[in-house]
Design a protein around this ligand. Structure first.
Ligand SMILES: *[C@@H]1O[C@H](CO)[C@@H](O)[C@H](O)[C@H]1NC(C)=O
Ligand SMILES: *[C@@H]1O[C@H](CO)[C@@H](O)[C@H](O)[C@H]1NC(C)=O
Length: 168
């Protein structure tokens, strides 16, 4: 590093970082989708007290314009989950409320917990932020199915049903 760049780095870096932050996300063109990926240890289709987070699961955010045929992917971005099973995906160049987006499960590195069930493998992402001053959209949690459910799942699920009231 030369003396010039070192002297520049103090104030310069701050300005550069500010520029990057502001420059990378303006107006409705870019946003983050956050969510989590878990191992559905009871193959229940929802989070229970025995679901576990999956680290390193790959997910993809897929978007299309609402006028484009369903099933078409026009823009996408991928990422992997952290140790807590959480992911964050940045999507650039989105077209605001005219976009239809969903997060889809791609792969799981967890042995015995990598099964994907059609219909439960994606979560829609609401792009309209209802006036909130945020660039973050939250997607519902998604689970890979454990091939062999845990032995106590029958009890867990029936306790859940009773606890939440059968008529809810
Ligand atoms: C992937 O996740 C990391 C960690 O949260 C984040 O820094 C990075 O920007 C993400 N990549 C994309 C394409 O969103
Ligand atoms: C989960 O809930 C079931 C049923 O309520 C209970 O028997 C079990 O101990 C719980 N397991 C954990 C890990 O909290």
């Amino acid at each position: 590093m030369t003396m010039t760049t070192m002297r520049f780095s103090g104030v310069g870096m701050v300005a550069l970082l500010l520029l990057l932050v502001v420059g990378s996300c303006s107006a409705d063109e870019c946003f983050f989708v956050e969510g989590e990926v878990y191992c559905d240890t009871c193959r229940a289709g929802f989070v229970t007290n025995v679901t576990t987070p999956i680290q390193g699961a790959k997910v993809r955010l897929e978007c299309r314009h609402f006028m484009t045929k369903a099933g078409t992917v026009e823009r996408s971005a991928e990422n992997v989950t952290d140790a807590a099973g959480n992911y964050k995906i940045e999507l650039k160049d989105n077209r605001g409320s005219e976009d239809v987006c969903a997060v889809r499960l791609l792969s799981s590195p967890m042995p015995g917990c990598g099964e994907i069930e059609k219909g439960r493998d994606s979560a829609p992402v609401a792009l309209v932020d209802a006036g909130l001053a945020t660039k973050v959209r939250r997607a519902s949690a998604l689970g890979f199915l454990k091939t062999e459910p845990l032995p106590n799942c029958a009890k867990i699920l029936s306790d859940l049903a009773i606890g939440s009231g059968a008529n809810n």
